[in-house]
Design a protein around this ligand. Structure first.
Ligand code: GLC
Length: 538
């Protein structure tokens, strides 16, 4: 069989450490907590853990503001804990992927502390300075992207919060520091890296170009040569602006840049006019068109990440499905739907349980982006109710509520006071009640992971979208010369007729109802069929 890298058959599980498992009762998840859940992750069957940042950080953006890239934040544990996690996970067949935030550091990083003291400091040029706040750019988290520093009489650029000054990637000395740091982590036995907002690394602030700048791919090729190549690493580039034209560059099969791209085109479909805080209902044919374009666009030319959730987006059952009566079949439908596609699937913590959004009053939220959006909108005169509706739908804390392990005080997440309120539905939705239950959402993910490792068609099969205009059914095939997979999903909560072409199409691999009557698809029903050349049944 043709050689292929391990990550093309892998399933990656994302952990948001502060919300996963708290071992010491301070209300914040930590590395020993994660270590205590490796058996759970092994039972689920995942190959790698993407760990959101655990580096030393003042936690202005929950660790996406790093003040020391070479140390672990005491909130999460110690370097010894990290080494133990890498080692123990490795023994259980799980690699650890670190989250590298290379676009910006914390303003408390020693580089920035020096940079802001004097224009003569060798670190001054590690950041982006202007005498005037021009061009008048806005921060992605609200307000101006320029911040005045009287000591040097200049403004520095920060695309995110003012505590996240952007690093100056035009400075070769900075780049070499970062590459050396990456190599040091790789030497510790790390399985790979997820690169935060990697599409920002070629920015040209003077021209107001932040994402997808002219030198981006040159930069990625240099980083790959200096830090990644010759090592068995998976590298994943978070790129909100990636499209099917440039994604083959990011994820070129020759390994000259990154292993794969992590892009959001499907998850921005409901941003009305590009505004995440003004979501609109989506039509299924739009979603199918986007996913199908990515399936075709990257075939043989690149590699994509497959996901519905991460720490920046709402829970999928609440967003586009049903988190009430049909939550369980709906969570499974979304699972079946994306696991059949070509690419590497990601499961975000709690997704394997069908966790849902939460709806809290504003004082119970913690996310900087959410709180800034609230303040800005209220200041602009928008009504409380309207603002809260948007926050309940789209706020990042929806995904960050603590992991629901048990129906017990603290949900088995903590014995203390959780840093963010636990979703009150933990009595019903929790890991303990699902493990060992063959009808659980957890069992559905377990089975899907096993299937992906059993049949090469998941990795190789050619994708064909069926019924592209159908408003309710998402159906497609994946085919190689020898194998055929058919996935049929009812995307909505009503019973509909099942067209003849989608019936009796091989051996059922998985379904989310106990039976599969011909001619009907019940609410959120999902079926996956398989046939191989020897026993083609249709
Ligand atoms: C990425 C992260 C997000 C963070 C931002 C700034 O989009 O996923 O959580 O706030 O970058 O680092």
């Amino acid at each position: 069989m043709e050689q292929h890298p391990w990550w093309q058959d892998a399933v990656i599980y994302q952990i948001y450490p502060r919300s996963y498992c708290d071992s010491n009762g301070d209300g914040v998840g930590d590395l020993p907590g994660i270590l205590s859940k490796l058996d759970y992750l092994q039972a689920l069957g995942v190959d790698a853990i993407w760990l959101s940042p655990v580096f030393r950080s003042p936690q202005d953006d929950n660790g996406y503001d790093i003040s020391d890239y070479r140390d672990i934040d005491p909130l999460f544990g110690t370097m010894e804990d990290m080494d133990r996690l890498i080692d123990q996970a490795g023994r259980q067949g799980i690699r650890i992927i670190m989250d590298l935030v290379l676009n910006h550091s914390s303003d408390e990083h020693p580089w920035f502390r020096e940079a802001r003291k004097s224009r003569e400091s060798p670190y001054h040029d590690f950041y982006i300075w202007k005498d005037r706040p021009e061009p008048p750019l806005r921060s992605g988290f609200g307000g101006s992207a320029w911040e005045w520093v009287p000591e040097v009489g200049q403004y520095y650029f920060h695309h995110f919060s003012r505590k996240q000054p952007d690093l100056n990637w035009d400075n070769p000395a900075l780049r070499q520091e970062l590459y050396a740091m990456i190599r040091a982590w790789a030497d510790r036995g790390i399985g790979g890296f997820r690169l935060d907002v990697v599409d920002h690394l070629g920015k040209e602030v003077d021209r107001g170009v932040i994402a997808d700048g002219p030198r981006l791919h040159e930069r990625l090729r240099e980083m790959s040569r200096e830090a990644f190549q010759g090592r068995d690493l998976v590298t994943v580039g978070e790129a909100w602006t990636a499209n099917t034209e440039n994604a083959p560059l990011y994820s070129a099969p020759d390994g000259s840049e990154l292993s794969m791209v992590f892009q959001f085109e499907h998850l921005t479909l409901d941003f009305r006019g590009g505004d995440k805080w003004d979501p609109r209902p989506i039509r299924l044919p739009e979603l199918k068109a986007v996913l199908a374009r990515w399936q075709r666009g990257l075939r043989g030319r690149g590699w994509n990440s497959l996901f519905w959730e991460n720490h920046d987006v709402p829970r999928i059952v609440s967003r586009w499905g049903d988190d009430g009566e049909y939550r369980v079949p709906c969570a499974k439908m979304f699972a079946v739907l994306y696991f059949g596609l070509q690419g590497t699937p990601y499961i975000y913590q709690g997704q394997e349980l069908g966790m849902t959004n939460a709806a809290y009053p504003i004082e119970d939220y913690r996310d900087i982006e959410l709180l800034n959006a609230y303040r800005e909108r209220r200041a602009r005169g928008m009504g409380e109710e309207e603002v809260m509706r948007a926050i309940h739908a789209m706020g990042r804390d929806n995904a960050r509520t603590p992991m629901q392990w048990q129906d017990a005080p603290g949900a088995g997440f903590t014995t203390g006071t959780p840093w963010l309120r636990i979703n009150p539905n933990f009595h019903e939705i929790n890991a303990e009640s699902q493990i060992g239950d063959p009808d659980s959402v957890f069992a559905c993910y377990q089975r899907l992971i096993r299937l992906r490792k059993t049949y090469p068609v998941f990795r190789e099969g050619d994708f064909t979208l069926l019924l592209p205009e159908d408003e309710d059914i998402f159906a497609y095939t994946r085919e190689t010369e020898r194998e055929r997979l058919l996935v049929v999903c009812n995307f909505h909560g009503r019973t509909i007729p099942c067209p003849a072409q989608l019936q009796r199409a091989g051996t059922p691999l998985i379904q989310n109802y106990p039976d599969a009557p011909a001619g009907l698809l019940r609410p959120y029903e999902a079926r996956m069929y398989y046939s191989a050349a020897e026993n083609k049944e249709d």
